[in-house]
Design a protein around this ligand. Structure first.
Ligand code: ATP
Ligand code: MG
Length: 586
């Protein structure tokens, strides 16, 4: 500790909200350079190397071979696949002195496909799996939580190359198993979530999520084993309703009904239903949103959904990828004076409305069944319309999964009610198919000498994000508490007091433990108080501690378990062997 390049901090950094971010900075693992950009200090690099080692071992075991690409890449391959544009403002672009365009790679599909195209030409060369552990760049809109969402970060990315679907399935499953082994070995809890909506079918895609309150991803689980990212959950369409007994629509005055509850109350008073009272889910809420394409083109459209649910913009965005989606602002609405905020109804929307060609598209959440009757806006202030029937009185341009998923909703595969949770995406496996290979001309000759396009998979792990996730999973209010194998060292030895005897004994334990294969961090600082040493021990988070101090007079030292707080006195000469066996047991 007297020479280690580290300065621990007692105060949380001002920009840190989550525990892992605070503790990694306070413990001197990382230092911020700019938003989402961090330097790695000795302790941080040690942990990173340990995580990378587990990843390498399991990737190698799964038959993938390590390569390494540059991060600085020319524009042309990304132009060929459309990603130069499609990646939008998240792509870091730059120019060289000759005015040629370059980018800092956000992932490397193009480069792997081109390398394989360069060197391979026959079905006999396949299957092939390649990976790298490499720095990626993304100009994230909202860098967050330290290295959890950085603009520069380390990713393990792997790519598989196969001649046919069966091959791709096998490669995909091999990676899926490798990922399970990796996260099992790291001791990081995870849930494998489907990342594509069942309706899209075809290519598989799954995310490995570390369940955690601070996560940005919402996922759902059912008792029957369904697990999906909230964006991927599809809504089974409800049965068509029979509107034959529903009378013509009519308007009611609803001044001041600015909330759904107030609207339901007013409508029940003014226009009671014959069978039961109106409920919030009988109101049709129309939300104006704007989709911004990667090239900056803006499209305003209207989403209709039951009034008891919020619109989930991430689900809308997933349906409209690669566009970014937001609620429309006043400047977007200005072009459509027929849309009266708070009173928007589908009568002026949809293909039947005979409005001009540039009318906004009208998309309905699948929960809106054909033939169902609704209370909705009448497109004039303080007025709603009752008994408006979908398919009779209004139409839509299509459907979109727009409504939030809620606890208790039914799983689309019939496996029971859903439970919502939050998580951090630590890995993603994805059957790319032939899109990239097609765009880049990656073909091989098959058995019959015919040229076929190769089918690819892509598989990512956020290495630096995994480190933060491990910190998130292994800490308490005083500091980090790493598991053995991940921690920068196995044991933190504290020499407390002023006597040379203490430092002699502590130094001997450190040397003997190292000789026995134990990684040691030895706090040999002479002028530092015991209190500061204990605080550093707790902050830095080595799994085991050895306190050499008062007990030494009786020939004893104390071994502490950082994670459980358990303390045991052992004879000083037995300490190294004891440490070795405790660590071996883990
Ligand atoms: P997210 O949805 O969190 O933005 P993504 O789906 O865009 O991630 P992928 O393209 O699937 O990310 O990248 C593979 C892995 O790289 C992710 O599963 C994640 O663990 C990691 N990763 C992605 N973006 C970042 C980032 N900005 N900082 C740190 N790790 C990241
Ligand atoms: Mg992903």
């Amino acid at each position: 500790m007297s020479t280690l390049f580290v300065r621990t901090l007692r105060e949380d950094p001002a920009d840190a909200e989550v525990a892992s971010h605070k503790l990694l900075v306070r413990g001197g693992y990382v230092r911020r350079v700019a938003p989402g950009i961090y330097s790695w200090l000795p302790l941080g690099l040690k942990v990173l190397a340990r995580i990378e080692r587990v990843i390498r071992e399991e990737m190698d075991r799964a038959g993938s071979q390590e390569v390494h690409f540059p991060a600085l890449l020319p524009r042309e391959p990304y132009e060929a696949t459309g990603r130069w544009e499609d990646y939008g403002p998240t792509l870091f672009k730059l120019r060289d002195r000759k005015d040629a365009d370059y980018l800092l790679a956000p992932t490397h599909e193009e480069m792997f496909a081109l390398l394989v195209k360069d060197l391979y030409s026959s079905y006999r060369d396949l299957p092939l799996s390649l990976y790298q552990i490499q720095t990626k760049y993304r100009d994230e809109a909202r860098p967050r939580a330290g290295v959890i969402r950085g603009r520069e970060f380390v990713m393990k990315d792997a790519y598989s190359f196969d001649i046919d679907e069966a091959g791709l399935d096998a490669s995909y499953n091999a990676m899926r198993e490798a990922y399970q082994r990796i996260f099992d070995r790291l001791g990081l809890p995870y849930v494998i979530c489907s990342a594509v909506s069942g309706a899209m079918g075809g290519s598989r895609s799954e995310e490995f999520l570390f369940p955690c309150e601070i996560g940005e991803d919402t996922f759902v689980l059912s008792e029957g084993g369904y697990a999906a990212n909230a964006e991927a959950v599809t809504t089974p369409p409800p049965a068509e309703a029979d509107p034959s007994c529903v009378g013509e629509p009519f308007t009611v005055r609803t001044p001041g009904a600015s909330t759904i509850e107030a609207l339901v109350r007013d409508v029940n008073a003014a226009a009671p239903r014959e069978d039961r009272p109106w409920r919030a889910q009988d109101t049709l809420k129309n939300v104006v949103v704007v989709a911004v394409q990667p090239d900056g083109a803006r499209e305003v459209f209207v989403v209709g959904l039951p009034g008891d649910r919020e619109v989930d913009l991430r689900r809308v965005e997933a349906a409209l990828a690669p566009a970014e989606v937001d609620l429309a602002g006043p400047e977007d609405l200005a072009a459509y004076p027929e849309l009266v905020p708070g009173y928007i109804g589908p009568q002026v929307l949809g293909p039947q409305s005979s409005r001009r060609d540039d009318r906004p598209r009208y998309l309905l959440d699948p929960r809106i069944a054909r033939g169902s009757r609704w209370v909705t806006g009448a497109n004039q202030a303080d007025t709603h319309v009752v008994d408006l029937v979908y398919g009779r009185d209004f139409e839509a341009d299509g459907t979109i999964e727009a409504a939030e998923i809620r606890d208790g909703d039914q799983a689309p595969d019939g496996s029971g009610p859903l439970r919502l949770a939050r998580g951090v995406e630590i890995g993603h496996i994805f059957q790319l198919g032939r899109k990239y290979a097609q765009a880049l001309g990656l073909t091989v000759l098959d058995r019959d000498g015919r040229s076929v396009v190769v089918t690819m998979g892509s598989y990512g792990i956020g290495v630096t994000r995994v480190l933060a996730a491990l910190a998130e999973a292994n800490h308490d209010d005083r500091g980090l508490a790493w598991p053995v194998g991940i921690a920068p060292a196995d044991v933190h030895i504290l020499a407390t007091g002023r006597d040379d005897a203490v430092f002699d004994a502590a130094g001997r334990i450190a040397r003997d433990a190292e000789a026995a294969g134990v990684d040691v961090l030895y706090d040999d600082r002479r002028k530092v108080s015991a209190g500061v040493k204990f605080a550093d021990y707790e902050l830095l988070g080595m799994p085991w501690g050895v306190v050499v101090g008062r007990g030494l007079a009786e020939g004893r030292v104390e071994i502490r378990n950082r994670r459980t707080g358990e303390r045991t006195d052992v004879p000083v000469e037995q300490a190294p062997a004891r440490l070795r066996s405790l660590i071996a047991d883990e």
